[in-house]
Design a binder for this molecule. Structure first.
Ligand SMILES: Cc1cc2nc3c(=O)[nH]c(=O)nc-3n(C[C@H](O)[C@H](O)[C@H](O)COP(=O)(O)OP(=O)(O)OC[C@H]3O[C@@H](n4cnc5c(N)ncnc54)[C@H](O)[C@@H]3O)c2cc1C
Length: 231
């Protein structure tokens, strides 16, 4: 379908949310992703399409994606995204993916986000707040610096407590320091047999956490992952 670019909102120095109006109402489930095609001049070898998780809630009329811009060697796609003007049209695939909330509301959940991997949880938590859905969710959010922390307003509106861990914090950072590891997750939240652990973030982080959690006795059926290649 075609979507029309509406506006960009800066979430931090190098992370922005882009809002679009769909040509017709789009049904999707919070946590799903889409492929955007953005033809532009001088396309680099990374091409003119990208997958993005919809960071918007399915209850919202607007669609949004949230992405990070590289300090160095950013792609021609991201440069073209930055140059969008209100009214510009893009083509977008149907939403896909099973990184979505379980049907059973009683399932205890642990959400683990690495950096920009926080986008599907943004969609889910907005949907939960909008529909008064109640779930037991513990959330762990790993970033490299405090500037990378986004969506605090969404977490607050959803009443979601988040344990944030920063790998390269400033001296004034008063929270957890380091990287998310399997021990860190299991030390904070002891999963029971029903718990589902959701993992979303850069590919290498998700691979490592999946293997380490598995080695520490978490069943593979209790792990659901969404990894973002290209970072
Ligand atoms: C299911 C799914 C969901 C996703 N959801 C999101 C999302 O919600 N938000 C999001 O931001 N991304 C998401 N992604 C990742 C997204 O599709 C892009 O891969 C990612 O944003 C990187 O974009 P980019 O290639 O334009 O690189 P840029 O963002 O411009 O650069 C990223 C970094 O990669 C380096 N790099 C990578 N490949 C090359 C290369 N070939 N040549 C030179 N340098 C390179 C750059 O130096 C830079 O540091 C998702 C991916 C999938 C598969």
């Amino acid at each position: 379908m075609q979507v029309t670019f509406l506006s960009e909102r800066a979430e931090s120095d190098n992370i922005s949310t882009f809002f679009f109006t769909p040509e017709r109402h789009l049904r999707y489930t919070a946590g799903q992703f889409v492929e955007f095609r953005l033809p532009h001049d001088d396309v680099d070898d990374r091409g003119d399409s990208r997958w993005f998780t919809l960071s918007s809630s399915p209850t919202s009329k607007l669609l949004s994606i949230t992405t990070r811009f590289a300090d160095l060697r950013g792609s021609s796609f991201k440069n073209a995204l930055k140059r969008l003007k209100p009214g510009d049209k893009l083509s977008m695939s149907d939403p896909l993916g099973d990184f979505v909330l379980p049907r059973l509301v009683q399932t205890p959940l642990i959400f683990v986000a690495g950096g920009i991997g926080v986008t599907p949880y943004c969609s889910m938590l907005q949907w939960i707040a909008a529909t008064n859905d109640t779930r037991d969710i513990k959330m762990i959010y790993g970033v490299s610096s405090e500037e990378e922390i986004i969506f605090q307003d969404v977490f607050e509106s959803a009443g979601q407590h988040v344990t944030t861990i920063v790998s390269q914090p400033s001296d004034s950072w008063g929270g957890e320091r380091g990287r998310i590891t399997a021990d860190f997750i299991l030390g904070l939240e002891k999963p029971n047999d029903e718990t589902m652990i959701y993992l979303s973030g850069p590919e290498l982080m998700i691979q490592t956490l999946t293997e380490d959690l598995y080695k520490k006795g978490v069943h593979r059926r209790q792990l659901l992952s969404d990894y973002f290649p290209g970072y």
